[in-house]
Write a protein that binds this ligand. Structure first.
Ligand SMILES: O=c1ccn([C@H]2C[C@H](O)[C@@H](COP(=O)(O)OP(=O)(O)OP(=O)(O)O)O2)c(=O)[nH]1
Length: 363
């Protein structure tokens, strides 16, 4: 029996397409629907703009593009998007949501791990990545590669959207109860506060003391649609604990680190890593925050999956210490159990992961 409120699962997302609530200029790709989200595809053009913007309550995105666009790039054969530049790409998908359904977007994990900053923008938007209930209109993606230049093309999938009816966030007592039966975050002393369950950082490292990676500058381009294409060490510097169990974050460098705890998202739930909390420190963990139903779930082959963390320090150098809390996972009810779980036959790339760079790299 489906709940009234909650995040839409794969079957319901497919029904949105069939009933014209989700519109696309071409058929959905076979693997575009995930257990609790839909990957969004780039359209055929990218607008290089002078700066990022918010349309605000009285403007269409296209009004702003008329004013701010510097150049239009054709994506049909693929094109390079450079670091430090801002691009706006109309997406292939648009929406005609019912009055009780809203949506939110987030970069795909592979996009976050490449340090590509992306946000979905709607007409009349006053917030990024939030699509109000009943929204009818186009979707645009703002893209700004931060560390590596990238190749994208029409159909590339950098961002994903979750649809939700009403509000189905678990409160702290409900979260604690679920944790007691399902072990959401495998820590000796679960810390449930701020509406979520805390994740801490692993800076002790694996048997070789490897704790993470720092992105190199002035690299070759990464094609976002190609797997295992590049040697890790051409793009990343490995970082070792050397018994110190701490790491000084340099401002404006990008790090891939990993949680100390294994994470579990039971099939009836979807999780999200909550953004940077200024009370935790002057750094930001999480550029891609959706955790799928079935991630870390033992029957879906996920036992021991850790959360990969995308980390940046702002303004000042900051010392992270092993075991320090760096983020929180909030959990929401699914409307119904997905037909397919993360990790089970979906070509999932990150089930049962430890410290793992994006799928584009090979050792
Ligand atoms: O910051 C994050 C965000 C997500 N994940 C995990 C949980 C999530 O369920 C999984 C896959 O995320 P997503 O579906 O966004 O990744 P993808 O790039 O689409 O990969 P896949 O092809 O495996 O779906 O990665 C992290 O470890 N860290």
């Amino acid at each position: 029996m489906a709940r009234e409120t909650g995040i839409l699962a794969d079957r319901a997302i497919s029904a949105l397409f069939e009933t014209g609530r989700l519109i696309s200029e071409r058929e959905l790709d076979r693997d575009q629907i995930q257990p609790a989200s839909l990957d969004l595809r780039l359209g055929a053009k990218a607008f290089r703009v002078r700066a990022s913007f918010m349309p605000g309550p009285s403007h269409l995105v296209s009004d702003k593009l008329d004013r701010l666009s510097l150049h239009v790039i054709d994506l049909t054969e693929g094109a390079v998007l450079e670091t430090g530049c801002v691009y706006i790409v109309p997406l292939m998908e648009s929406l005609a949501l019912p009055a009780d359904m809203s949506a939110s977007a987030n970069p795909k994990s592979s996009t976050g791990r490449l340090d590509i900053f992306t946000r979905v923008i709607t007409d009349y938007a006053q917030e990024f990545d939030k699509i109000p209930a009943g929204y009818s209109g186009p979707l645009y993606l703002e893209i700004s590669p931060r560390t590596f230049p990238i190749v994208v093309r029409r159909g590339s999938r950098l961002s994903q959207i979750r649809f939700r009816v009403g509000q189905a966030l678990l409160g702290e007592p409900e979260l604690l109860k679920l944790h007691e039966t399902e072990t959401l975050v495998a820590s000796k002393q679960p810390n449930v506060s701020g509406g979520g369950i805390a994740l801490s950082i692993d800076l002790a490292g694996d048997k070789d003391g490897l704790i993470g990676y720092r992105g190199k500058h002035h690299t070759a381009v990464v094609d976002v649609d190609k797997k295992a294409q590049h040697d890790i060490y051409d793009f990343w510097e490995p970082l070792y604990s050397r018994g110190r169990n701490e790491l000084i974050l340099d401002p404006d460098e990008f790090y891939i680190l990993v949680s100390r705890e294994a994470v579990h998202v039971p099939p009836d739930y979807a999780a999200e890593m909550t953004p940077f909390d200024p009370l935790v420190g002057e750094f930001r963990v999480h550029y891609a925050g959706f955790f799928d139903p079935g991630f870390g779930h033992a029957p879906a082959g996920g036992r021991g999956s850790r959360a990969v963390l995308e980390v940046r320090s702002h303004e000042v150098p900051f010392i992270l210490e092993d075991g320090q809390i760096v983020g929180r996972l909030v959990y929401e009810h699914m409307q119904e159990k997905p037909a397919s779980l993360y990790g089970s036959g979906l070509g999932s790339n990150y089930q049962a992961q430890g410290l793992k760079l994006s799928k584009h790299f090979r050792i």
